[in-house]
Design a protein around this ligand. Structure first.
Ligand code: FAD
Ligand code: NAD
Length: 402
């Protein structure tokens, strides 16, 4: 075990200001007295973004400004130093983090760097498919789709320019096709395109969309999306992505100028490169959210792997990331004050998935919800997060009331 020696004020470094990292920072800010610890938050952008809304930014039904907030507006700079930089290496043996433009040393480290797309080694995906991972990646998707519509007016024989393939019908894929289907009429008006030429094809390897989710709600969701113009290809694995589209199943080629990959996530590669034990980039943390073998390294959010009582891993969600952030901050305070650590217990509050404007499906409080009610519940959930993050002012600024 890597014990912690401290002669001076302990240094806490938090890597990543997504759901888990910002929550750790905000709770530390609240709990710690001035000069009790030296806390540094590192993030590659100077804003925190709402990953849970990125399907809208990607489809172009929402503005990126609604989906991000300046980190300096959230933190108290007298208590937390913010460093805008990219982490390039974690060196647990030296208790150092290498940034693109400097080095930080720590006594306690929180790894909250989020996930990356998992391509499972499928040829061509990394090169030719786009992914929904950040504000920047969604700007690219939006611009790319608009560009294909504009190109079509110059090359009207190429209907593949109007075909959008979405690989994977998990929650990200489903939420994205719902938004995209809402955006298509506007795109067609803007570019004078016949809507009947546009195809949105959602391809899923499993025998159903949203594998593992409530079958009745899945059925409802598929009907809503099909009505909006989405075509599903289920039980159809994508085998390859090419510059011209995808190859599926037993070799069928689907031509598409846009391929969006939503087939899965893994933890950040920097963790395995640091020599910390991982499974698909995710760390099987102990009950206090620490990396195996390191008393002073906490891992939270999509980079961590936490199991339920039946030994099944919880899926990586913002919901668990936020709860881990709270627990991690409590445990860091406990470490500094030489108090007992508190085990992390996840409280699953439910799952709600958007199907586009005014439509959603979900299970919460042991009940199923669909349609407008589910959409309102999802909205309420988003507002609640804004409130926890930045109080009523943030709700009013980013709540999309207009
Ligand atoms: P993130 O929120 O991804 O944050 C990681 C942070 O680290 C980012 O700020 C990033 O910029 C920063 N970072 C990454 N690499 C570096 C580096 N090298 N150097 C410096 N900084 C770095 N979950 C739900 O519970 N409910 C939902 O409704 C929901 N909807 C979703 C919709 C979409 C479209 C997607 C893609 C995901 C959705 N999720 C949802 C899942 C959820 O967004 C993630 O589980 C959650 O974001 C994980 O939080 P995190 O703190 O681990 O990482
Ligand atoms: P996922 O792993 O949940 O789903 C990926 C889907 O892609 C699966 O259905 C899988 O069968 C399919 N797939 C994998 N390989 C394929 C292939 N070769 N061809 C075709 N299909 C293939 O990933 P996700 O949807 O990005 O979700 C990631 C995490 O974020 C999950 O934990 C999810 O619960 C969470 N999330 C939650 C919400 C919400 O609560 N509203 C929304 C989005 C994401």
């Amino acid at each position: 075990m890597d014990g912690v020696e401290m002669n001076s004020i302990p240094k806490i470094v938090i890597l990543g200001a997504g759901y888990s990292g910002i929550m750790t920072a905000l709770r530390l800010q609240k709990e710690l007295n001035y000069n009790e610890a030296d806390v540094t938050l590192v993030n590659k952008h100077d804003y925190h973004y709402f990953t849970t809304q990125l399907h809208m930014t990607a489809a172009g039904t929402d503005n990126p400004e609604n989906n991000r907030v300046s980190i300096l507006k959230l933190i108290d700079e007298f208590k937390i130093d913010f460093v805008k930089s990219t982490v390039v290496q974690i060196r647990p043996q030296d208790r150092k983090v290498i940034l693109e433009d400097g080095t930080l040393s720590y006594d306690y480290l929180v790894i909250a760097l989020g996930g990356e797309s998992e391509t499972f080694g499928i040829p061509g995906l990394a090169e030719y498919a786009l992914t929904i991972r950040s504000i920047n990646s969604t700007r690219l998707i939006r611009e790319h789709i608009e560009y294909q519509f504009a190109r079509f007016k110059r090359e009207p024989h190429r209907t593949d320019l109007l075909t959008i393939v979405v690989g994977g019908a998990g929650f990200t894929g489903i939420e994205f096709v719902g938004e995209l289907a809402d955006r298509v009429p506007e795109l067609c008006r803007q570019f004078d395109v016949d809507p009947s030429l546009v195809k949105i094809i959602n391809i899923e390897a499993a025998p159903t969309v949203l594998p593992g989710f409530d079958p009745e709600l899945v059925e409802y969701g598929m009907r809503v999306l099909e009505r909006k113009g989405v075509t599903f290809r289920i039980g159809t694995p994508i085998r390859e992505c090419t510059p011209d589209g995808v190859v599926v199943g037993d070799g069928e080629e689907i031509k598409a100028a846009t391929v969006i990959w939503t087939g899965g996530v893994r933890g950040n590669r920097l963790i395995e490169e640091a020599g910390i034990e991982t499974a698909r980039g995710r760390v099987k943390v102990d009950e206090y959210l620490r990396a195996p073998g390191y008393d002073n390294i906490f891992v939270v959010g999509d980079c961590s792997l936490v199991f339920n009582d039946e030994g099944k891993p919880y899926p990586p969600t913002a919901q668990i990331a936020v709860q881990q952030g709270v627990n991690c901050a409590q445990n860091l305070v406990a470490c500094i004050r030489n108090q007992a650590l508190k085990p992390f217990r996840y409280q699953h509050k439910g799952t709600l998935a958007s199907l586009g404007k005014g439509e959603a499906i979900g299970v919460a409080f042991g009940r199923k919800y669909r349609g407008r009610t589910a959409a309102w519940m999802k909205k309420a959930n988003d507002l609640r997060y804004l409130f926890v993050l930045g109080g009523i002012m943030l709700v009013l600024r980013k709540g999309r009331f207009i």
